[in-house]
Design a protein around this ligand. Sequence first.
Ligand code: B12
Ligand code: SF4
Ligand code: SF4
Length: 308
Amino acid sequence: VTADDVKARALALGFASCGIAPAVAPPHGDAYRRWLDRGFHASMDYLKRHAPLKQHPERLLSGARSVIAVTLNYNRAPLARPKIARYALGRDYHKVMRSKLNKLVRTLSALQPDAQFRVCVDSAPILDREFAWLAGLGWYGKNTCLIDSKRGSWFFIGLVISTLDLQSDQPAIGSCGSCTACIKACPTGAIVQLDGRWQVDSRKCISYWTIEHRGSIEIESHGWVFGCDVCQEVCPFNQPRSSQPLRAAYTLEPDLLQQRAWPESLEEITEGEWDRLTQGSAVRRAGFQGLRRNALLAKDGRKIPETS
Ligand code: B12
Ligand code: SF4
Ligand code: SF4
């Protein structure tokens, strides 16, 4: 199996791009440690627990030689209400990404039965952006999202660690230049300088509070009910441009385009309605109480204690 075989098969499965990174210690692993040491992970303790495993892909798959990185476009028209980050409007991307990566692994295993693979989708103890950057799929923007100069940043990252000895790509090159649009637009000032680089302080980030945090919310959520897209909405790399036809293009993935009957107001939703509405959706992560809490706060427009 060659790197070109892998890429051709990945693109045939509907991934927007695919690249190969070497299975090495992540070059910016120290930056991750410093981010944790500052407490920028808020209550996401699993990020700290995962830190030792994140030091090398070998820790997740013995004999790892390469990391296959893919991106999946999730861009679609946003809803005016409820304000749910566009990545979460359709079917849960973990399921979509995992099933495609499992298919990729099945084809590769058939070609090389002695090879081993480990599929990583978001929650695995590996730095997704770091390996996608190494694989040439995008560079770090000031909002910390990985940006593909041709496509923007509305994409998920998926990784497959493998024992295959594949030809690696070069890390992606690109930069925001003097732009600071996301830093100025972030409603809560969550994009801050740490060691001379822009980083997200989760303790101030609406996405963190509305998706990951349990208990009362201690910031203003500026109308967001689940996640937040502001720092990507304002990014020039996500604006349509005739010379860049792939930028801001909507996904073609039916599962991610799925229309769910999100009611405009989620404040009075019952547990039964929540259960039906969020089956197979990433929004389920907030839980019933969490989603109601978010909706109440979004409607009220100010800091309020949790109502449960
Ligand atoms: C924890 C987490 C969050 C946290 C913290 C976000 C953050 N910026 O760290 C919260 C809950 C806030 C969050 C929010 C979102 N997330 Co999130 N999240 C993660 C997760 C699980 C870990 C990220 C992490 O390790 N952060 C730690 C910090 C230190 O990482 P970092 O900011 O990228 O820092 C790196 C760079 O600064 C670089 N670096 C440091 N110094 C230097 C120097 C040089 C020269 C260079 C080149 C690089 C460099 O190295 C650092 C370490 O890798 C990943 C999945 C995964 N397993 O990796 C998804 C992930 C990053 N999230 C994702 C998404 C889609 C989102 C949201 C858009 C969702 C939403 N709409 O609400 C927002 C975006 C907010 C934002 N601006 O980042 C995608 C990003 C895809 C992309 N194109 O970048 C990921 C990769 C999930 C996936 N598999 O697709 N997320
Ligand atoms: S997701 Fe929202 S709150 Fe978080 S850094 Fe981006 S703009 Fe700021
Ligand atoms: S808005 Fe500007 S500064 Fe922020 S990530 Fe995009 S190009 Fe970079």
